[in-house]
Design a protein around this ligand. Structure first.
Ligand code: ZN
Length: 602
């Protein structure tokens, strides 16, 4: 029997008021009374967000126009009264959409964007039913030029990129295909014949879309080639990068055949730009990250996500594999695509190593614990986060690097972490609908199966315990020298061991464990007003500190709330360590071979 199709319609009814109008219609509602639910979170962003808070005026009607009683049973569920047999049921509601992030929905007179998880109610029991969505254009004359970009497949009769009808195989696909509508810029390119498109919303002067297409094509091809060395094809029919260029902001969310990216407009290349600026390299790293997720987390998944339960937290100890390994391969992919130099890549890796080692949180929380508690810690950081949390992105990336380097060194370059990722990918493809996801205890045996190298003990120490992967030592066989230097970017970080916000007020934002600031009693939120009797606000703190030497003593006056407090501080004798990874020009031929196999040719 053909499954009943769920019919959705969405209309940017009032861009000025940020309101989408949405309907969902089903033919054979539950005779006991149909229930509808909205997800509490969106996959890829591990925090309860309660999208239902933005639904307004939810009404229910039968096919012949009769009102149906409807009420809520919990924060994201609605219960309808039974309707007569043979009657269809339609819910109509508005969604307030004014969250300019990649996670929710946004509508104004410049564009509209939504994730299905923010706007489409699921009729309970119909998770597997096919869905169709009518996406309507805004009514206003001045918004006539709007187009559509989405990973959803257009139905027959709807041209790709036009307003009209789109299809999804089930609810999971429906909410995994965000939709952008507006007068965006776009560039098309292909990877092994598979169409790809990047659309850019937001004003960007002299945007070089051709370069974006060219560079992204190389990054995408690099990842596809790694997972599918034979066909080199990515696992979908088309892919869309939805990009919002804004004044400030950074982030991305991965989907099965698209991604939503938020970047600063200055991150994007302009016509005539010569080399890749640091900002553009950061954008390429972000795009590379989300594209790698096509395999790692959108298809290869932690067991806890098969299937997702969108009503509440889904706990997994493995975000270090799904986010951390992806963070390792994002910059590495940009390097292997030839868009940054080996030296630039090693610079990024050293920066991650430095950041992880500077924070004492890594001694108090393992990667498995950090993954498990992402919902209440990593996604809800407070001023003490560096002292209490380890990032499963950053330390996870170091673990990936450490595994990769260990495997390459142990096999004279014949095996690597790429083989492990391909093994996970093969297992996903072989399992089909039986796929059970990756369990923690599968990982060390999978590494052994793919490479013949047993790394169970270090893996456990790095992920279940709090050991640091020693990249400085692991890089040596690759002709890369690790150098310890001093982190001197700002005098207050080096000498006081805290972070102080910019701007007119010298306000302490973070105090690091074991620092002079902490020993003196300075706290997050304190506003420093004087240093040894001289005014220290107005961005002056670093200039004042520059005249002092390690170990000097000084007096700090600071406001805590509205109380003026006095602190005696002894400046740090040693600045925090900053690592540098440099290519050794005198490395042996064997070391050079290993490095080239890892990072590609210079
Ligand atoms: Zn990610």
């Amino acid at each position: 029997m053909a499954r009943m199709t769920i019919r959705y319609a969405i209309f940017p009814a009032d861009p000025g008021a940020h309101l989408f109008q949405v309907t969902v219609e089903i033919d054979a509602p539950d005779p006991q009374g149909q229930r509808f639910t909205l997800p509490a979170w969106i996959p890829g962003s591990y925090m309860i967000r309660d999208f239902a808070r933005n639904l307004v005026r939810v009404r229910a009607l039968t096919g012949d126009g009769r009102r149906v009683r409807i009420g809520k049973t919990d924060k994201h569920s609605w219960q309808c009264a039974p309707v007569a047999a043979g009657q269809s049921l339609t819910l109509a509601y508005e969604v307030y959409a004014y969250d300019l992030s990649v996670r929710a929905a946004h509508l104004d007179t410049t564009h509209g964007f939504f994730n299905g998880s923010s706007v489409f109610l699921l009729p309970a029991g119909h998770e597997k039913a096919p869905c169709r969505v009518d996406i309507f254009a805004p009514r206003e004359r001045r918004l006539r030029g709007w187009k559509v970009a989405t990973g959803l497949a257009p139905a027959r009769g709807t041209a790709p990129g036009a307003f009209g009808t789109y299809l999804a195989a089930d609810y999971d696909e429906l909410i995994d295909c965000p939709v952008e509508m507006g007068p965006f810029a776009a560039e098309d390119f292909t990877v092994e014949g598979v169409p790809h498109r990047i659309v850019i919303t937001g004003r960007v002067a002299k945007l070089d879309t051709a370069r974006l297409g060219r560079d992204l094509a190389r990054v995408c091809a690099t990842h596809a080639r790694m997972f599918e060395p034979r066909t080199r094809r990515p696992p979908f029919e088309r892919y869309t990068f939805l990009t919002f260029a804004v004044d400030s902001g950074y982030g991305g969310l991965e989907h099965r055949n698209s991604t939503a990216l938020l970047c600063q407009r200055d991150d994007l290349p302009h016509v005539g730009m010569q080399s890749a600026t640091e900002a553009y390299r950061r954008f390429l790293g972000l795009a590379s990250h989300e594209y790698f997720h096509v395999w790692n987390v959108k298809r290869i998944k932690p067991a806890a996500f098969v299937p997702y339960d969108l009503r509440h937290e889904n706990y997994t100890p493995l975000l270090w594999l799904f986010e951390g390994f992806t963070a390792y391969y994002d910059d590495l992919g940009v390097r292997r695509a030839g868009l940054i130099t080996p030296e630039q890549y090693l610079g990024e890796l050293a920066a991650t190593f430095t950041t992880v080692l500077q924070r004492s949180g890594r001694r108090k929380q393992s990667l498995a614990e950090s993954s498990f508690d992402a919902w209440i810690k990593y996604y809800k950081p407070d001023e003490n986060a560096p002292n209490s949390v380890v990032s499963y992105y950053q330390k996870g990336a170091l673990v990936a690097a450490a595994l990769d380097l260990s495997l390459r060194a142990a096999t004279a370059g014949r095996r690597s972490l790429d083989d492990v990722m391909r093994l996970f990918w093969r297992r996903y493809k072989l399992a089909g609908t039986e796929y059970a996801g990756v369990a923690e205890e599968d990982i060390a045996p999978a590494i052994f199966e793919a490479t013949g190298v047993d790394l169970a003990r270090p893996l456990r120490a790095w992920t279940r315990e709090t050991a640091d992967p020693d990249l400085a030592e692991l890089l040596a066989p690759f002709g890369v020298v690790a150098e310890r230097g001093a982190a001197l970017e700002s005098a207050h970080f080096a000498l006081l061991g805290c972070r102080i916000g910019g701007g007119a007020e010298a306000r302490v934002s973070q105090v690091f464990d074991g620092s002079p600031a902490q020993a003196a009693g300075l706290s997050a939120g304190d506003q420093i007003v004087a240093f040894d009797g001289l005014r220290a606000g107005g961005g002056r703190i670093d200039a004042v500190l520059a005249r002092y030497a390690p170990g000097d003593r000084a007096e700090i006056l600071a406001f805590r709330r509205d109380e003026l407090l006095r602190f005696e501080v002894e400046l740090a004798r040693q600045a925090p360590v900053k690592w540098k990874f440099a290519i050794d020009p005198k490395a042996s031929a064997g070391a050079r071979r290993l490095r080239t196999a890892w990072l590609g040719m210079a």
